[in-house]
Design a protein around this ligand. Structure first.
Ligand SMILES: Cc1cc2c(cc1C)N(C[C@H](O)[C@H](O)[C@H](O)COP(=O)(O)O)c1[nH]c(=O)[nH]c(=O)c1N2
Length: 240
C-alpha cells in the first residue's frame, strides 16, 4: 500500500477503515446497559469536530431522557410507519411490515442532532449559493458520531420515519431549528456483518464499479485501471 509521511500507521488506518466498513444501522440488537458518560462525551466531541460550511457548527444535541418524550416519538413513528407501509403492495408490503425500523424504547440513549438554520447570521461563508450546506454539515456531524460509536462498540440507529414538524413540536425546538437526525444509541448483542436491509433481502449494495463515471455522466473513466483497482479492492474489503 502506498503511504507517505502524513499517513497514519497501518494499525490506525485499519482501525479507521474497520469502523467505516463495520458501522451498522442498529435497531434490533440493543442491550439496556447504560453508556458511560465519558463514552457519550467522546461521541459528542467526535460529532462536534465535523466539518461545517463557514465553520458554522449549526448543530445542537438533545439528549433525551424523559420516558414520556420517547413514548411520544415512538407513537409518532408508529403513525408515520403505517403511512409509509401504504407505499407497498402484496408480499413487499408484508415484508416491509416485518422490518424492525427503530429502537426508540429499547435503546438506553436517544439523541436528536439538530441544525440551527440561522446560526452564524444571515450570511455564512460558503453558504451563499447552496443554502442547504448547513444541513449537509449537520449530516457530517451525525456520521462522525456514528463512526466513533462503532469504534467504541456502541450501536447507532437513525430513525427518519417521523414527521419533522411534529417531532420539532415534541422536542420544543425553536422555529429555525430543524431536527436532522433522531438517533438511538446503545451497546449491542451483535453488529450484523451486512446491512439489515440486505440480510432481509430488501435491497443489496450496488457494485461500486457501476457507479463510476468519467468526465461526464455515463462516460468511462480516463484510467480504465481505476475500475480494475475498485473491483479488486471491493473483493478484498470487509463484508459488504
Ligand atoms: C438519513 C438516513 C435515515 C435513515 C437511515 C439511514 C440514513 C443515512 N436508516 C439506516 C439505513 O437503512 C441503513 O444505513 C442502510 O440500510 C445501510 O445499512 P448500514 O447502515 O450499513 O447498516 C434507517 N433505518 C431504519 O431502520 N429506519 C430509519 O428510519 C432509517 N432512516
Amino acid at each position: 500500500m502506498s503511504t507517505n509521511e502524513h499517513s497514519f500507521s497501518d494499525a490506525e488506518r485499519q482501525g479507521l477503515y474497520r469502523a467505516i466498513h463495520e458501522r451498522r444501522d442498529v435497531r434490533a440488537q440493543f442491550k439496556p446497559d447504560p453508556i458511560p458518560l465519558e463514552v457519550l462525551a467522546r461521541l459528542l466531541h467526535a460529532a462536534h469536530h465535523a466539518p461545517s460550511v463557514g465553520f458554522m457548527q449549526p448543530w445542537d444535541f438533545l439528549v433525551i431522557d424523559s420516558p414520556a418524550v420517547r413514548r411520544a416519538v415512538q407513537a409518532l413513528f408508529e403513525r408515520e410507519n403505517a403511512r409509509a407501509a401504504e407505499n407497498y403492495q402484496g408480499e413487499r408490503a408484508a415484508q416491509y411490515r416485518r422490518l424492525k425500523l427503530e429502537g426508540i424504547l429499547e435503546s438506553p440513549v436517544n439523541l436528536c442532532i439538530t441544525c440551527d438554520r440561522g446560526r452564524g447570521g444571515p450570511h455564512v461563508l460558503g453558504r451563499n449559493s447552496i443554502v442547504e450546506t448547513d444541513l449537509f454539515s449537520t449530516c457530517l456531524a451525525v456520521q462522525n458520531l456514528w463512526l466513533a460509536a462503532r469504534a467504541e462498540g456502541v450501536g447507532v440507529g437513525w430513525v427518519s420515519i417521523l414527521d419533522q414538524g411534529q417531532l420539532a413540536d415534541i422536542l420544543k425546538l425553536p422555529d429555525q431549528v430543524y431536527p436532522v437526525a433522531y438517533l438511538c444509541l446503545g451497546y449491542v448483542s451483535e453488529f450484523q456483518p451486512r446491512p439489515e436491509l440486505e440480510l432481509q433481502g430488501w435491497r443489496s449494495r450496488l457494485p461500486l464499479t457501476d457507479l463510476l463515471h468519467g468526465d461526464t455522466w455515463g462516460e468511462a473513466p480516463a484510467a480504465p485501471e481505476l475500475a480494475a483497482a475498485l473491483a479488486a479492492s471491493e473483493a478484498n474489503s470487509a463484508p459488504s
